[in-house]
Structure formats: C-alpha cells, structure tokens
Design a protein around this ligand. Structure first.
Ligand SMILES: Nc1ncnc2c1ncn2[C@@H]1O[C@H](COP(=O)(O)OP(=O)(O)OP(=O)(O)O)[C@@H](O)[C@H]1O
Length: 268
C-alpha cells in the first residue's frame, strides 16, 4: 500500500499522451468557499467515451469538483488551477461560460424538469438560441428522448407537463434535455439517488449506451454502481483526490489503504 501523505508515492493514473484521447483534464485544481479550501490536489484526466465514477465519503469534495468542471461553482466559489477541455483552459476569465455549459452538460441528483411540457423541456435551450424550425425541433426531441431511452414511454404525451412524470422518467427527460444542445461531456451528480432499483438499472444501461458518443463523469455513493458502470474511478477523501485508476484496480487492488478501506466498507 502507498502512503497517501507522501506525494512522491501518490498514485495518479495517466493515460498515454495521445492528446485526442483525453476530453477533459484538471491540473492542480483547488476550490475555496470563502477562505475555506473544500477541495484540492485533483490532477485527473477523463478519456473520451468512458465513464469515470467519483466516489468518497460525504463532504469529501466530489460534487464541488464535478460542479467546477463546467463552471457551475463560479458564483459560490473560487476555483484555482487548470480545467482543460480539449486542451483549452476553460477556467480563465474570458471564456464563454454558456458555451462551456453547452459542451459540458450537467444532470442533477433530483430530477429537475422545468414546469413545461416534455417537448418544451427539450427544446427550451434551442429556442433560446433562436432555433424555431418545427421540423428541426421535432427531430431533436425524438432523437434525444430515444438516446435517453424514454421515447417509447412519452412519445404520445409530448405536450403533457414534464412535472407529471415519474422520477425515473423525469430524470431521463433531464438527460435528453442536456443532450439537446449537443454536449461532449455529461456530468451527473448522483443521478440515481432518487430512483427505485428498476429505474436505476435502466438509467445505468442508458449511460452505457451514451458513452459511445459522450464522455461521462458521475458522482455516486453506490459502490456497486461505480464498480459495474464505470471504466475509471477517482476516490476522494477530505477534499482530496486520493487515488485514481481503472475501476477494476480500484475495487480489487487499490494502491492506497484508505481507498481499500472505503471500497471494502471498513471506513471509520
Ligand atoms: N456552497 C457551498 N458553500 C460553502 N461550503 C460548501 C458549499 N458546497 C459545499 N461546501 C462544503 O465543501 C465541502 C465538500 O462538499 P461537497 O458537497 O463537494 O462534498 P461531496 O463529497 O459531494 O458530499 P456528498 O457526498 O455529501 O454530496 C463540504 O465541507 C461542504 O460543506
């Protein structure tokens, strides 16, 4: 086992330097709420068409890290360090934050459909961008609801309120809404925590399908979910990315004892 307090021994996984394989990367990322440092030492790479799970105890900084990736923390926190998206540091003042959020979409813990129709939820961002052609909008609605695997359930009720959907359906509509603006990266913050086991299983299957086209980063408290769904896992503790590796290795042969304790349920 490596000593997490010894930086020379810290194990941080790095991919082969094939630039086009890496969609996103953070270097020396640190996030402060006021003067309090909530998270630091995150040197992580996200490979194209993979799912990365962020795991760790409550308050360890997973959501803080995730929200920083598309500048959602801008109003509440100071984010230091680099966030490279396709090689460009998006953590710079002159970057267009709306464009960042278009390319790096977010799905939240609780399904949060707008008080609009299912159709209106999907087309909302496009219409605000001036897309009003009905055929185009119809096509986007069908395509994204199919991608989110909820088309068959809602296709006859597209103009019904999205607030009338079940939790699982609403979460899928929120995924479709995120996909409508054609992102590259999907950030999901415990997207299954409000769902029943069947909806959770369906959501996981949807994410497996989506990774063919997207890079997915998911915060989860569910160890089984991280183990069965993700390709890579990052273990956070006390605001620090402690260990990062292929999921199989994190769950079978972690390099750091803290990680081993956490994934095997012996974390005190
Ligand atoms: N908006 C905020 N203002 C001040 N402190 C915050 C804010 N959001 C989070 N924090 C603090 O930052 C630290 C990390 O919180 P964060 O929510 O990122 O952890 P987490 O690992 O995602 O936790 P959980 O699993 O419970 O969601 C915690 O100490 C938390 O209290």
């Amino acid at each position: 086992m490596l000593n997490p307090n010894n930086d020379s021994e810290r194990f941080i996984y790095h991919f082969n330097p094939e630039e086009n394989e890496i969609t996103m990367q953070t270097k020396n990322l640190a996030v402060y709420y006021g003067k309090t440092m909530a998270m630091h030492n995150a040197d992580i790479q996200f490979k194209k068409n993979t799912i990365t799970a962020l795991i760790g105890p409550s308050g360890s900084g997973k959501s803080t890290y995730l929200r920083s990736l598309n500048r959602m923390n801008d109003d509440v926190a100071t984010v230091k360090g680099q966030i490279l998206y396709q090689g460009v540091d998006i953590n710079r003042p002159k970057i267009d934050v709306y464009e960042v959020r278009r390319r790096i979409g977010m799905v939240f813990q609780r399904p949060n459909p707008f008080a609009k129709s299912i159709y209106g939820n999907i087309t909302f961002a496009l219409e605000r961008r001036g897309v009003h052609d009905k055929q185009t909008l119809d096509e986007v609605v069908e395509k994204t609801l199919k991608q989110a695997a909820v088309w068959d359930q809602v296709k006859d009720n597209l103009h019904k309120s999205a607030l009338s959907l079940s939790g699982g359906q609403a979460q899928r509509v929120c995924i479709a809404r995120a996909l409508a603006v054609e992102p590259d990266v999907l950030l999901l913050d415990e997207p299954a925590s409000a769902l029943d086991p069947v909806s959770t299983q369906q959501l996981e299957q949807t994410l497996r399908e989506l990774k063919k086209d997207y890079t997915i980063i998911i915060v989860t408290h569910n160890m089984q979910q991280a183990a069965r769904l993700s390709d890579y896992t990052v273990f956070f503790n006390l605001g620090e990315a402690i260990e990062y590796n292929k999921t199989r290795k994190i769950f079978t042969r972690p390099k750091i004892k803290l990680t081993d304790d956490y994934v095997s349920g012996n974390f005190g």
